[in-house]
Design a protein around this ligand. Structure first.
Ligand SMILES: [Zn+2]
Length: 143
């Protein structure tokens, strides 16, 4: 049913005028996800292998998701997830997200020890963090 039809029905039945607002798309487009998933996985795997030469953490599976609110996440069992949109970011911001999640394998919190780990590879992480926040539309966060 079209929006105009819905409006007319409401007006007829209830005598009220309504305004229909399209909900903001939070998830990425499925076609876009399919297009960039492999590229994002390649970036994540390559970068984690590279950065982990410094940390030597144990990790399990790296997964790319079409997440609506997260750039990345990490589980206590060592699985790391990334939003496919890391493939669309400037490299320095994707690096920050990857190092951030990788460091949760060492510190499962956002303590000073955690940020010290991040700083080893990303000395300007504060700058990248705020840049990422600025360009994160739809409220995508990092956890
Ligand atoms: Zn975090």
């Amino acid at each position: 049913m079209k929006r105009t039809q819905i409006k007319q029905i409401f007006q007829k039945l209830f005598g009220v005028k309504i305004r229909i607002v399209r909900r903001k798309r939070r998830k990425g487009l499925k076609s876009e996800y399919i297009k960039y998933k492999a590229q994002a996985l390649e970036i994540a795997q390559r970068k984690i292998a590279q950065f982990n030469l410094v940390y030597n953490f144990k990790y399990n599976k790296i997964t790319i998701r079409n997440q609506s609110t997260k750039w990345g996440s990490c589980s206590k069992s060592g699985n790391i997830n990334f939003n496919y949109k890391i493939a669309l970011l400037p490299e320095n911001l994707a690096d920050y997200i990857i190092v951030h999640e990788l460091c949760h394998l060492g510190e499962f919190n956002h303590s000073k020890d955690f940020w010290d780990l991040v700083e080893k590879i990303i000395p300007d992480y504060k700058l990248r963090k705020s840049h990422l926040k600025k360009i994160s539309s739809n409220g995508i966060n990092i956890t």
